[in-house]
Design a protein around this ligand. Structure first.
Ligand code: HEM
Length: 452
């Protein structure tokens, strides 16, 4: 039997026999019974199983992050069980991968499935890196062991939490310094408020200021991603704020927190709601062009694509609609709405005519039009009023209204700005809490553009 055939058989049966999805790995069955049943050389079979196990091992943790983001605990547990089975099969192999941001959360999700203590130990090392392993290993009682685990996991989540008063004693002037600079920048150019809000959003599908990093010799940053190149603005304003904040409290306030506060202050400066920004994020030491390319929704997406892009980050359809209301301020380039203007029919006739005047069928890609034509520099519910009148500027905007599942929410926000304001604020807080770096992870960058 060729190793290719072996691989195919093992692949097919791996899920059911190798781990049964329980996290158990029955060595006798895999190394003796299966090769005997299939009449194959046990040594060769073992080699193939090891290779598959290594793949499972490598992929299962990374794959567990997707369901984690969807808050699907059962699925996380099953992925981690694959990990455990793989780990048992090739336990002598050193691990060569990492999921630094989500490690603690994965561990917590697994804890909730009430696992046996012997399953926690192999997970604890890669997921938590806790220093107290030896204490736990030395603890004889099961109950005590579980309580210690729980204590440690609670400690882990507590340190991962952000808080609104994080800088109250560490840097009392941080928030007022940011606010003053944002108000100045928005007064000089109203659109800057929109640009700062968007900068936070593009950072926040992982709020760690990675979007601010310039390319360097070890990574290509996010600024050249499709959704960002030639489009994201406000970097200088953030760098300027960072410079001022460093003067009052050197090395204390992260660029990621500055982005979050600047987004809130921008919305307020343009007449929108306020909220308590949760603080204590740290800055990344790397950036991911591929994550930026894959995670940020595109203006050509249909409703289903938009819904799944946001649900991948844990947002409900209602929260997505509220967040999209950010398009009540700011501008978009002709290149991102041209095809809607020239090819779509669910668009108001006089609106089309006015857009065509500024966005020809060819060329002038960078000509700007407001996302909310009626009140482009006021944060209000005008965007939703536009949508119910078929005056959404981009394809993705109009997808939120026009016969789909989000119509009623759009109508409701178009009639009631206070519910939009309150839902927008809550959704912004939730967005700002997406996988921040806390504790000893990351760093407080001195210059937002580069790693210390
Ligand atoms: C629903 C999915 C979304 C899509 C497809 C989308 C896409 C876009 C695009 C293509 C632009 C114009 C870029 C350009 O022409 O250079 C834009 C602008 C903008 N977006 Fe979004 N966006 C979405 C959601 C959001 C969210 C959730 C926020 C903030 C919470 C946001 C805030 C903004 C703002 C404020 C602007 C104007 C920026 C400026 O004038 O500089 N967007 N968006």
């Amino acid at each position: 039997m060729t190793s290719e055939n072996l691989r195919r058989i093992s692949s097919r049966r791996l899920d059911e026999i190798f781990s049964s999805g329980t996290g158990d790995f029955d060595e006798e069955e895999v190394y003796q019974k299966i090769p005997a049943d299939l009449n194959i050389n046990a040594g060769k079979a073992k080699g193939v199983v090891h290779e598959l196990a290594r793949n499972k091992l490598a992929n299962s943790l990374v794959q567990a992050v997707a369901p984690l983001r969807q808050r699907n605990c059962a699925w996380v547990v099953s992925k981690l069980n694959y990990f455990l089975a793989g780990d048992k099969a090739v336990s002598s192999e050193p691990l060569s991968w990492d999921v630094p941001k989500e490690r603690a959360d994965l561990f917590v999700a697994y804890m909730k499935s009430d696992p046996a203590p012997q399953k926690l130990f192999p997970l604890q090392c890669p997921l938590k890196n806790l220093s107290s392993t030896s204490i736990i290993m030395a603890t004889p009682s099961y109950e005590l062991k579980v309580r210690l685990w729980l204590g440690l996991f609670l400690m882990g989540t507590a340190s991962a939490q952000l808080s609104a008063d994080y800088y109250a004693t560490k840097c009392p002037r941080a928030l007022s310094t940011i606010k003053a600079a944002v108000h100045k920048a928005v007064a000089a150019e109203h659109r800057m408020g929109a640009s700062l809000l968007r900068l936070h959003f593009h950072d926040c599908f992982g709020c760690d200021a990675s979007v601010l990093l310039n390319d360097n010799s070890t990574f290509t940053g996010e600024q050249t991603a499709g959704a960002n190149a030639g489009s994201l603005r406000g970097f200088n304003v953030i760098n300027n704020i960072k410079y001022r904040v460093e003067k009052v409290c050197p090395g204390i306030v992260s660029c990621a927190d500055i982005l979050a506060v600047a987004a809130r202050d921008s919305v307020v400066a343009l007449g929108g709601p306020t909220w308590d920004v949760q603080l204590g994020r740290r800055d990344s030491t790397t950036a991911s062009l591929s994550a930026a390319n894959s995670d940020i929704p595109s203006p050509t997406m249909d409703l289903n694509g938009l819904l799944s892009s946001f649900s991948d980050k844990g947002f409900t359809p209602k929260e997505m609609v509220a967040l999209a209301g950010a398009h009540t301020i700011g501008q978009a380039r002709c290149v991102v709405f041209r095809s809607r203007v020239y090819n779509e029919s669910n668009i108001d006739a006089s609106f089309v005519a006015s857009l065509k005047a500024n966005c020809p069928n060819n060329g002038e890609d960078n000509n700007l039009s407001p996302l909310d034509a009626t009140s482009p520099v006021v944060f209000d519910n005008g965007y939703f009023k536009d949508l119910v009148s078929n005056k959404g500027l981009m394809h993705s905007d109009q997808q939120l209204f026009g016969g789909g599942s989000t119509d009623s929410q759009v109508t409701s926000y178009s009639k009631d700005s206070s519910s939009f304001f309150s839902d927008f604020s809550s959704a912004m807080i939730k967005m700002g809490n997406l996988s921040p770096l806390t504790g000893t992870n990351g760093q407080i960058r001195t210059n937002c553009r580069k790693v210390n």
